[in-house]
Ligand binder design. Sequence first.
Ligand SMILES: Nc1nc(=O)c2c([nH]1)NC[C@@H]1CN(c3ccc(C(=O)N[C@@H](CCC(=O)O)C(=O)O)cc3)C=[N+]21
Length: 289
Amino acid sequence: MTATILDGKATATAIKDELRLRVKALSDRGIVPGLGTILVGDDPGSHAYVAGKHRDCAEVGIASIRRDLPATATQADVEDAVAALNADPACTGYIVQLPLPAGLDERRILELIDPAKDADGLHPTNLGRLVLNIPAPLPCTPHGIVELLRRFDIPIAGAEVTAIGRGPTAGRPLGLIFTRKSENATVTLCHTGTRDLAAHTRNADIVIVAAGSAGLLTRDMVKPGAAVLDVGVTRVTAEDGRSRLVGDVAPEVAEVAGYLAPMPGGVGPMTRAMLLSNVVELAERQAGS
Ligand SMILES: Nc1nc(=O)c2c([nH]1)NC[C@@H]1CN(c3ccc(C(=O)N[C@@H](CCC(=O)O)C(=O)O)cc3)C=[N+]21
């Protein structure tokens, strides 16, 4: 068997087409959703991600508000930028690009974001709402995973889901989302303290790997026919000195899995689409619709 590819890029394109219509409906009422980004320092990867987010915005008609601060920015400088976006009515949702340079208090900065403008869904208030099942913007990566599975008609209700990784952007909220009544899956959350990882992954109908460990999931760890989603991104330097990105799923997994969301082209584009979806939803909510 060779896995059916869960094409996140094509699915994200379809979602952007739907969002364009919702943005149009808002603009007919005089409301333009605006995504803000706060980027600190000159990490090339972070610059590339932020540029991509603004390109996505242009595609669906969301306005872009970009605040780039130098690597020398102080805690107060970043907090001022957050306060300014909180106060700016043109900004309906925004993100602080992570990671922030060392020396800045990331947690304090994220807590200052107005939860009503939290496009990442990572503010403690919104994560708390997820725990309590109160409507709120959802973290983009696990939301994108659910959306990708839905659009490929992969059953979620009753499924055994094993996730590897317990970080705040993917693994941890993923457990919360997949165990809601609306998803109704059974989730096993594995991490570096898990004793027999393969026993848990082999049992799963859906395996999600967000460990940041290149090639961690090998073919022997996957039940034939299972859906496998690769969230990991590791930059590796080849012998010729060229660097490239590799995922957490070994290539041979495609020979046993029924479905595979590859890296690149799987979960990443869906994460970006869900950021846009959150911005549109926040704008609709702020407009009272
Ligand atoms: N506040 C904040 N919010 C984030 O959502 C956030 C962040 N900080 N910091 C960094 C991570 C990483 N992240 C990615 C999103 C899309 C791709 C993506 O689209 N990847 C492409 C490949 C990209 C490439 O080749 O460089 C793909 O998988 O096809 C990757 C990574 C969002 N992040």
